[in-house]
Design a protein around this ligand. Structure first.
Ligand SMILES: NC(=O)c1ccc[n+]([C@@H]2O[C@H](COP(=O)([O-])OP(=O)(O)OC[C@H]3O[C@@H](n4cnc5c(N)ncnc54)[C@H](OP(=O)(O)O)[C@@H]3O)[C@@H](O)[C@H]2O)c1
Length: 294
């Protein structure tokens, strides 16, 4: 029964991991989980070199490796994958976590006329939508394509427990939101990427590469600052229970590093080895308060 000890079941030692957007926010929480639990190498990818270099300092094991790259550029992704191939030869776990959120159009349809809403909607540039899809959907697909051969190689270089290679995509609770005030380009991009995960799970399943998604609720990050502000002032540390009323988040707090760390350790280890095409909602119950489609 030794194999059921938590230290064995959730063991990620020796894995080669890539985390896009791994230098900040939720991606940094993922990076910490792997680096501090002795993954062999954790490659973190983003456009801002200084953020990546700062993040690399969090591990005492010297196993975080920054790579500057842009997930909206195929050339950049191919270059990043080629560097990882040179330095590690394979990948066991790929986190497609990079993403962006556009500004919402200024008008709230519950408050303005159709004419006012239409004007505000048409005043925005279409790039507001297209750029969001480029990073949140197309960028995820091409990150997965760029790393498929290395994940295939990961199946011949497995970590503890002989777990198959896999991909984790950061979707969002927003994937399931409807409601007049939702940030439509962002929610649609996250709905699309959730469907992409199911497609890739079937396609890549042919190569023994599994694909799953996490759909986080509110976690502290640069991106979520405006959304969190809607909950009003927190009572003390926003990630401690009691910081917010149940009417904002049933868990009464924002998500924290442990909530992401536990999820990624589960999905990357023998504990989660049977999951494929799974969308794991990790939101402290917030979706239950909003008009949704889950
Ligand atoms: N925080 C939340 O409450 C929440 C909830 C649900 C889902 N999410 C999702 O979680 C993921 C991480 O977001 P976050 O909240 O942690 O915010 P964040 O700290 O702003 O992280 C976004 C990360 O994505 C990277 N990125 C953005 N565009 C990129 C590009 N073109 N190429 C490479 N990297 C790029 C950024 O790095 P550079 O700018 O340096 O490139 C940054 O590290 C996103 O997919 C987001 O949609 C967040």
């Amino acid at each position: 029964m030794d194999f059921l000890a938590a230290s064995k079941l959730f063991d990620v030692r020796g894995l080669i991991v890539v985390v896009t957007g791994g230098g900040t926010g939720i991606g940094l929480m993922m990076t910490k989980a792997f680096a501090l639990n002795e993954a062999s190498k954790v490659f973190i990818v983003g456009r801002r070199k200084e953020k990546l270099e700062e993040a690399a300092k969090v591990s005492p094991h010297g196993n975080i490796i920054p790579i500057v790259g842009d997930v909206t550029s195929k050339e950049s992704l191919i270059q990043v994958a080629s560097q990882v191939k040179q330095e590690a030869g394979h990948v066991n776990f790929l986190c497609c976590n990079s993403g962006s959120m556009p500004q919402t159009i200024a008008k709230d349809p519950t408050q303005v006329s159709a004419a006012e809403f239409a004007k505000a909607a048409l005043d925005q540039d279409m790039s507001n939508w297209n750029d969001t899809y480029a990073s949140n959907v197309t960028g995820v697909a091409f990150t997965a394509f760029a790393f498929l051969e290395l994940l295939d190689a990961g199946n011949r270089n497995r970590g503890p427990g002989g777990v198959q290679s896999s991909i984790l995509v950061t979707s969002s609770v927003a994937a399931f939101l409807r409601g007049a005030r939702a940030n439509t380009p962002y929610t649609c991009s996250k709905t699309a990427v959730t469907m992409l995960v199911k497609h890739l799970a079937d396609k890549f399943g042919q190569y023994d590469v599994r694909v799953n998604a996490i759909a986080p609720g509110l976690f502290p990050s640069d991106m979520s600052t405006g959304l969190v502000a809607a909950g009003g002032e927190s009572k003390g540390d926003p990630t401690e229970e009691g910081a917010y009323p149940r009417s904002f988040i049933p868990a009464q707090r924002l998500g924290k590093t442990e909530d992401i760390a536990g999820t990624v350790l589960f999905l990357a280890s023998a504990a989660g080895a049977y999951l494929n095409g799974c969308i794991l909602l990790n939101d402290g119950g917030r979706l239950g308060l909003l008009p949704g489609t889950y």
